[in-house]
Design a protein around this ligand. Structure first.
Ligand code: AMP
Ligand code: TRP
Length: 332
């Protein structure tokens, strides 16, 4: 089992990133060989500030280590340090179909009404993502629900390349979508994803928030006046309540129905303080380690450089295989 996953290096990690992606990454380390990277090459597909990007790569790496990514056992690096990602993405562009990319809902969402003004990189983003996992013969790719479609494209691409060129080069990766907390929603609106781009900071819990801020955000989270029912099925029309119970379950390592069994009949006056305590206690050691690492950026850089060296060794045979399959002689 080889696990590969990437995360965009954005400024502030929040609970959605942690419960939807990173917490699962940390657990995956017990199940297989893992490669995790900061997707800095993906980040340049939208406008970015170079100095901010450099800082975000370090900040996100610090957060990942703080959240339990063990850089001895797993390989942690940033994409730009391993040139094979960009190279394979280009080679795959010959096989990817425009029709496939036209169906990608994330491109439609991110480009919005200004499709003509979106970067070409944003459009071919899924091809780079396919290269990211195919390079390492990934068997399993833990991602949030929003990335499932991109993984399906990676499988289609791998299969078409293997067939078109009569090779058995690429392994078809399986997406691993988290169950309990695949989608953490905004604390202000249970129908919108918790997101770093929400203008209200009260809508999300940042990993850098101190305990008092976290408790306050949970206290003020939008809810309704009804008591909690005994099962998740009964919360179908109550997105805010569903979200809070989902967060509790993810932190407690239990199912949402198990949590509801304890709180059935209680109102949010009882549930919110319990959730706040659980959240504060879980995030405290993470925040402390995170801030400590951020104070030592050269240590973070050394870890990423070492990870990139290890990743490049693993990527090489697949990249060579792709050039050879395409009939592209190489120097050196
Ligand atoms: P982003 O920062 O939006 O690029 O997301 C980075 C990772 O976190 C991806 O794997 C997303 O699927 C995951 N993620 C982001 N927001 C959420 C959310 N609200 N709930 C669950 N997962 C999320
Ligand atoms: N596109 C992913 C996201 O926005 C990040 C990503 C880039 C990724 N390459 C990947 C995830 C490869 C899994 C595998 O979250």
């Amino acid at each position: 089992m080889r696990v590969v996953s990437g995360i965009q290096p954005t400024g502030n990690l929040h609970l959605g990133n942690y419960l939807g992606a990173i917490m699962r990454w940390a657990k995956m380390q017990d199940e297989g060989e893992c490669l995790f990277f900061l997707a800095d090459l993906h980040a340049i597909t939208v406008h970015n500030d170079p100095a901010e990007l450099t800082a975000n790569v370090r900040g996100m790496a610090a957060a990942l280590i703080a959240c339990g990514i063990d850089t001895e056992r797993s390989i942690l690096f940033n994409q730009a340090r391993v040139s094979a990602h960009a190279e394979l993405a280009w080679l795959l562009n010959g096989t990817a179909r425009i029709g496939w990319l036209n169906r990608m809902t994330q491109f439609k969402e991110k480009s919005g009404k200004n499709r003509e003004g979106a970067s070409v990189g944003l459009y071919v983003y899924p091809v780079l993502m396919a290269a990211d996992v195919l390079l390492y013969q990934a068997t399993h790719v833990p991602v949030g629900e929003d990335q499932k479609q991109h993984l399906e494209l990676a499988r289609d691409l791998a299969a078409k390349f293997n067939t078109d060129f009569g090779v058995d080069l690429f392994t078809l990766p399986e997406p691993l979508i988290g169950e309990t907390a695949a989608r953490i929603m905004s604390l202000r609106d249970g129908t919108a994803k918790m997101s770093k781009s929400d203008p209200s900071d009260m809508s999300r819990i940042n990993l850098s928030d101190d305990s008092e801020t976290i408790a306050q955000k949970i206290r003020k989270a939008k809810t309704d006046a009804e008591p909690l029912p005994a099962t998740m099925a009964e919360l179908a029309d109550r997105p805010e309540a569903r979200n809070l119970v989902g967060i509790f379950a993810a932190f407690a390592g239990r199912t949402a129905d198990e949590v509801l069994a304890d709180y059935a009949g209680s109102g949010f006056g009882a549930f919110k303080p319990a959730l706040a305590e659980l959240t504060v206690e879980t995030l405290r050691p993470i925040r402390e380690r995170y801030l400590e690492l951020l104070a030592h950026p050269s240590e973070i850089d050394a870890i990423l450089a070492r990870g990139a060296e290890r990743a490049a060794v693993l990527a090489r045979p697949t990249l060579e295989g792709a050039y050879a399959a395409l009939g592209l002689p190489r120097g050196g």
